[in-house]
Write a protein that binds this ligand. Structure first.
Ligand code: GDP
Ligand code: K
Ligand code: MG
Length: 270
C-alpha cells in the first residue's frame, strides 16, 4: 500500500519520514522541479511512504505546489498522513480542510506539540478529531514520540463513509457544485466537491484536468456566473476570497473549541 505524506513546509515531514522508514529509495526529482522525490519502506516491509514537497494549498502558487496537485490528480496511492504544526494550527488547517474535501482516507499527525506547549498552547486532539472527522495523533517527529501510534491509526483507517462536506459554502456555491456534479457524471474518479471548489478558486491544474471531460468555455461560464452571484449576494471581492474566508471561519471556530491557553510565561526552547 502507498501512503502519501502531506503537509506545509517545515512541519516535520522529513523527520517523520526518516523515523518511520528504515531506508529509502531516492527516485530522482519530481518532474519539472528540483525537489527530490523520496519513497521509503515502512518497517513492516509492506507499505510505502511517499514524501511530498511541502505546500500550503492545492491551488498552486508555485511549481512545487503544482507537483503535489498533479500527484493527487494522477498518481496511485491509498492513504494520506497529514502532518500539521500544532504551533501554527490555523495556517496548517487550510490544507487539511482541502485534503478532507478531496476525500482520500487520511489521518493527522499533530506535530510540534512540544513547541506549542512551550508557548502555553495545549490542543485537545480528540476535539480536533471530532470536528474534522478524522483521527488526530499527537507526535514529536524529531524524537519519534507518538509516531508508532500514528502509523497504527493510519493502518487501521476505515475507507468507507468518509465525510467530505465539513464546510458549507452557502447556497450559490453548493448549487454550483451540484451543477458540476451532474455535468461530470461518472467521468472522474475524484470527489466532485473537491474538483468544483478548486475550480472555483481558480486552480489551473484542476481546470486543465476537467477540460478532458467538459468544454473549457462551459467551465469558464460556470465560474463567471458563480463569481457574479457570490459577489452580488455577499458583497465579497472575489470567489476565491469568499471560499478562503469560509474556510478560515470554520478553522477558527474549531481551533477555539480544541485549544486551551495556559496563563503562563513563554519559556524558551532549550
Ligand atoms: P519538513 O520541511 O516538513 O520536511 O520538516 P523537517 O522534518 O525538515 O523539520 C523542520 C524542522 O523542525 C527541523 O529542524 C526539525 O528538527 C524540527 N522538528 C521536526 N519535528 C519537530 C518536533 O516535533 N518538535 C520540534 N521542536 N522540532 C521538530
Ligand atoms: K525543510
Ligand atoms: Mg522535508
Amino acid at each position: 500500500m502507498e501512503i502519501a505524506l502531506l503537509g506545509n513546509p517545515n512541519t516535520g515531514k522529513t523527520s517523520l519520514f526518516n523515523n518511520l522508514t528504515g531506508s529509502y529509495e531516492y527516485v530522482g526529482n519530481w518532474s519539472g522541479v528540483t525537489v527530490e522525490k523520496k519513497i521509503g519502506q515502512f518497517k513492516n516491509k509492506k507499505d510505502k511512504l511517499i514524501d511530498l514537497p511541502g505546500i500550503y494549498t492545492f491551488n498552486p502558487l508555485s511549481k512545487d505546489e503544482g507537483v503535489v496537485t498533479n500527484f493527487f490528480l494522477t498518481d496511485k496511492f491509498e492513504k494520506v498522513i497529514n502532518i500539521i504544526d500544532a504551533s501554527q494550527l490555523e495556517r496548517n488547517l487550510h490544507l487539511t480542510v482541502q485534503l478532507i474535501e478531496f476525500g482520500k482516507p487520511a489521518v493527522i499527525g499533530l506535530n510540534m506539540v512540544d513547541v506549542a506547549k512551550h508557548r502555553g498552547i495545549q490542543i485537545n486532539p480528540s476535539v480536533l478529531s471530532k470536528e474534522l472527522g478524522i483521527s488526530v495523533t499527537p507526535i514529536v517527529a524529531r524524537t519519534g514520540k507518538g509516531c508508532d501510534a500514528l502509523v497504527k491509526a493510519a493502518s487501521e483507517l476505515n475507507i468507507v463513509n468518509y465525510q467530505t462536506n465539513i464546510i458549507s459554502y452557502g447556497n450559490e456555491i453548493e448549487k454550483a457544485i451540484l451543477n458540476l456534479e451532474s455535468l461530470i457524471g461518472e467521468q472522474s474518479e475524484h470527489s466532485t466537491r473537491w474538483l468544483a471548489l478548486q475550480l472555483f478558486e481558480g486552480n489551473q491544474y484542476v481546470k486543465d484536468y476537467l477540460s478532458q471531460f467538459l468544454d473549457l468555455k462551459l467551465l469558464n461560464e460556470l465560474i463567471n456566473t458563480l463569481q457574479d452571484d457570490v459577489i452580488q449576494a455577499y458583497g465579497t471581492k472575489s470567489l476565491d476570497q469568499f471560499i478562503y474566508q469560509k474556510r478560515k471561519a470554520f478553522i477558527q471556530s474549531i481551533i477555539e473549541m480544541a485549544t486551551e491557553r495556559k496563563e503562563k510565561s513563554i519559556v524558551p526552547l532549550s
